[in-house]
Design a protein around this ligand. Sequence first.
Ligand code: ADP
Ligand code: ZN
Length: 436
Amino acid sequence: MEIRYWNQRLETLPRHELRQLQLERLREVVGYALQTPFYQKRLPKAGISSPEDIRSLDDLKKIPFTVKDDLRQAFPKGLLAVDMEKVVRIHSSSGTTGIPTVIYYTADDLDRWTDLLARSIVATGAGPADVFQNMMSYGLFTGGLGMHYGAERVGMAVIPVGGGNTQRQLQIMRDFRTTVLHITPSYLLHIHQRMPEFGLTPADLNLKKAWMGAEPHSENTRLKLQELFGIDIYNSYGLSEMNGPGVAFECVYKNDLHVWEDGYIIEIIDPRTGEPVEDGQEGEVVFTNLIRHALPLLRYRTRDLAFLHPEPCPCGRTARRMSRITGRTDDMLIINGVNVFPSQIEEVLMSIPEVGTNYQIHLSRHEGLDRLTVKVEIYSKLFTGDLAALEALKNKINEKLRASITINSRIELHEPGSLPAFEGKAKRVVDEREKL
Ligand code: ADP
Ligand code: ZN
């Protein structure tokens, strides 16, 4: 396989040099953090009153974690480390889990972030010859503008269409012979389901790749979409608190995501104790941003669950890889006492060929017991059966689910296109238990 780099020196930096670079950059961002009211209160208490108090990377452990609520408390400027005159961009998180938070960037911050995006893009084998349709929303959400500038830096032809309006998206893909998409898994699933309406099949398009992210999805979802479209799909991970997309990205080996460790220090902790877990063990992902000065964030608890691969990748990059996100510490469902992550359900559904591209997880309470109903759209191309076949399919889905989540569910089969569709991040869990 041909391996191309954007910044070969940094991407293949020997690990001890990488750690040295992390240390230098950590000192620098601690210096900025000490300019903010928020960290001025916190860091000296932890024995860090100047950047020199960080003598080795081990000293990172002295710094207390920062959590999403701290960002809200510090709203609007408690974490701002530079004069507003130096700020050239403001983004805000989409607020999937509550009040939005604000992130500031200087021109240099944007430049460093853009470079990591350019690196991510090249790692997937994309380049100047590609036509890139950016289907993430523009605006305060970082997925749109972030990737936009990365793609321009690489020299791709960027179509800044943003999210939504499926008919226009398909029209543009056809007219401009789009080769690369940046999209959420929910929207790509939805697009496939809508194509017949416009008399299109993937063969009418020129798509080669998609960068897929912004929400959790299973390997089976990737495989299903790759097959439906006949393209290569790469997992793209980021969060606004760490600038946005381009924190971790898959290379052409599609073997989980390289974390750009010259830009971010990653730690995996036990969410209950805050202690580090062994490499390969799953835990909560914690990041320290090494490249943003306007709003420094140290040891930020993402609530995302993943594990680290210690072994090197055949592409030669020395940045370690993190697994796909297996869930969030705050999205675990407790159903009649059993812990279930929505991702487990998705993984099973997407392994069943007769299941279509949309589903919903519904929870209710009956006579004191939780009831899990999984609503799935059928894939009409593969499913043309009669009533008996429908029953058999329901049983098959229930049994496969029970093998994974250990509990029984009611399966409802729906016509393609009948469940709520998503053009951005999906909301698939409907929990009506509290209301009863
Ligand atoms: P929020 O959704 O918390 O308001 P963002 O819009 O910045 O904030 O979204 C970041 C979150 O989106 C991540 O913390 C993670 O939960 C999720 N996410 C982003 N990319 C991926 C991905 N490739 N796989 C799984 N989850 C992802
Ligand atoms: Zn690699």
